[in-house]
Design a protein. Structure first.
Length: 227
């Protein structure tokens, strides 16, 4: 099971890297434009590069969960990936803005403007939750060896969902770009998986009370992120 968990995340990371080598013709916007949450343009190269970072985080988590001793043998690498990934590694990749997508009226047609904006807010809320629960909270538990074997099912579920989220976006955008599906269908296929993450989080509910300090740190970080 461990090799399967890691290979799935590795495949997603490899797909993201290949995408950066394939779609070099896409516009480079210095992070000003995502180009994904739109019905009037194609995604930016920045968004594809950004996806390498997030799929890389998932790849790390899968490997860390399956083979924690490997990273524990290299404490600086372990600490940087568990506690400081957004300080050490995030600056190496473009950073696109949800605010830019919301404020850029050129990205959305009049008939889809409200629909797209609602979904952007929904996605932004989900991303913050996923950053602190799927990301920091789970990594902290692995770091503390506090993730019991009885939770292997929810963990595989989370990693599978994470793999979907970091790889399906490119596929859906290609289908939309080639007019096989409409922009609303593409958006709903993407955001439709988000409630499944919340189901997975509910499976970790007992750990919230078992490790109140870790839980409080993550909730506090989430609150500050929203603020």
């Amino acid at each position: 099971h461990r090799a399967l968990v890691v290979s799935l995340a590795a495949n997603g990371f490899l797909q993201a890297v290949i995408a950066t080598c394939t779609f070099t013709f896409l516009p480079k916007t210095q992070g000003k434009v995502q180009g994904y949450y739109t019905d009037k343009r194609t995604m930016s190269y920045d968004f594809i590069m950004e996806n390498v970072y997030f799929s890389g985080l998932l790849f790390f988590q899968a490997a860390y969960y399956a083979y924690p001793s490997f990273f524990q043998a290299i404490p600086p690498i372990e600490a940087s990936l568990v506690f400081f990934p957004y300080y050490v590694y995030r600056p190496l990749f473009p950073k696109t803005s949800f605010r830019g997508s919301l404020n850029n009226d050129k990205e959305k047609s009049e008939k889809n403007r409200v629909f797209m904006n609602i979904n952007i807010y929904f996605i932004k809320f989900f991303y913050v939750c996923a950053k602190h629960v799927s990301g920091f909270y789970v990594n902290y538990l692995i770091f503390l060896n506090a993730l019991p074997a009885s939770h292997s099912g929810p963990m595989r579920y989370l990693l599978l969902l994470g793999g979907w989220g970091t790889t399906i976006s490119m596929f859906l955008h290609t289908l939309k770009f080639k007019s096989y599906i409409g922009p609303r269908t593409a958006m709903l296929f993407y955001t439709g998986s988000f409630p499944l993450f919340y189901v997975a989080y509910s499976m970790l509910w007992d750990l919230v009370w078992a490790h109140p300090t870790v839980s409080a740190l993550c909730v506090g970080g989430m609150f500050l992120n929203f603020a």
